[in-house]
Design a protein around this ligand. Structure first.
Ligand SMILES: *[C@@H]1O[C@H](CO)[C@@H](O)[C@H](O)[C@H]1NC(C)=O
Ligand SMILES: *[C@@H]1O[C@H](CO)[C@@H](O)[C@H](O)[C@H]1NC(C)=O
Ligand SMILES: *[C@@H]1O[C@H](CO)[C@@H](O)[C@H](O)[C@H]1NC(C)=O
Length: 310
């Protein structure tokens, strides 16, 4: 993977990938200026517990305000110990939150906690909510996937006749008026594999539980001129180990990238006995610091950003 001329960095993700996007954003808010959260729990929801992850952070929304208060206290603590960037960096960022009305896997009440979380750090005019689609749990497109309101276990991608990738990226970049791709618009750039293990540093693949290969989409214009970087984290069961390049090819981000000068990076998680569904770490299977700058997976992602942009 090579260096490009990058002028702005944003992240997004689906489900567990949404949790990962929030982690990367909060950990590195000094370099990341916006986040798209699709059907996932708020930052540090699981609090190092698989049980909390699989209950209160999915289908059993917490009933008290204390739940979010505990998360916010932890954020202060992380900030105090410099385990995350200063949360003041969040105040001019943008946050896009999507939850489908028919999502029974990560219920809308859980996803909406992202809104309460980010409101503590920024003006609510910088947060866009989209809770009105009749979608089930998954990534939403206007050209590919199963029926909008039926869980689609092949790829967890649903066709709701809505261009979520466009809506999300446009909101995160208010300074530009984007061209909107037509559904099924052909891309002209290159969707490439890259060697993720170059970024593993001192960690082994088995402790990181990341795939040796990731995907990157580069429109030809970005080979020469300045572009934005957007990083998309897939959800559980959506990694290369299970569905190849379907997530990187069929979620609609590349079409938006092509018309509006983005490079799209798709880091790939792996499955293992500790992580059988290949979810990015949002409950602590790889280490206790998983949600901070010290987290192993986040360190690898940061190395990728350094290579691409700095
Ligand atoms: C939030 O932003 C809106 C719109 O820009 C503005 O009218 C309002 O005064 C802001 N609120 C705060 C508390 O800064
Ligand atoms: C990982 O996923 C692949 C493909 O779905 C499967 O064949 C393999 O058994 C899984 N490995 C583990 C450790 O879960
Ligand atoms: C978490 O990070 C802190 C601070 O860098 C470090 O002291 C601690 O050993 C880390 N814990 C793990 C499990 O890596």
């Amino acid at each position: 993977m090579e260096r490009y001329n990058i002028n702005k960095i944003t992240v997004s993700g689906v489900s567990a990938g949404s949790a990962m996007a929030a982690q990367v954003h909060v950990a590195h808010s000094s370099i990341i200026s916006g986040v798209g959260l699709i059907s996932g729990p708020p930052y540090f929801c699981a609090s190092n517990s698989l049980l909390t992850a699989s209950t209160q952070c999915m289908s059993q929304p917490p009933k008290t305000n204390e739940f979010l208060d505990n998360i916010l206290n932890k954020v202060s603590d992380f900030k105090h110990h410099s385990l995350i960037d200063d949360t003041d960096n969040l105040k001019d960022d943008r946050v896009y939150i999507f939850s489908g009305k028919n999502d029974l896997i990560v219920k809308p009440e859980v996803v909406e906690l992202n809104e309460k979380f980010y409101k503590k750090f920024m003006n609510e005019s910088l947060i866009k909510r989209n809770y009105d689609t009749l979608a089930t749990h998954g990534m939403i497109t206007n050209f590919f996937g199963g029926k909008c309101d039926e869980l689609s276990v092949d790829y967890f991608i649903n066709n709701c006749d809505f261009n979520l990738a466009f809506d999300l990226l446009q909101f995160l970049h208010p300074e530009e008026k984007f061209l909107k791709p037509k559904s099924e618009q052909k891309v002209t750039g290159r969707l490439m594999e890259f060697d993720q293990s170059e970024f593993f540093g001192d960690f082994s693949q088995s402790e990181l539980v990341l795939d040796k290969t990731g995907f990157i989409y580069v429109p030809s214009v970005c080979e020469e001129s300045e572009c934005k970087l957007h990083i998309v984290f897939h959800g559980c069961l959506q990694g290369k180990f299970r569905i190849g390049n379907i997530f990187a090819d069929k979620t609609g981000f590349n079409q938006v990238a092509d018309l509006n000068k983005f490079i799209i990076l798709y880091p790939q998680c792996m499955n293992s006995t500790s992580n059988p569904n290949g979810c990015f770490d949002w409950w602590g299977y790889s280490d206790d610091n998983y949600s901070t700058k010290e987290g192993k997976q986040i360190k690898v992602i940061k190395s990728m950003i350094n290579r691409l942009a700095f």
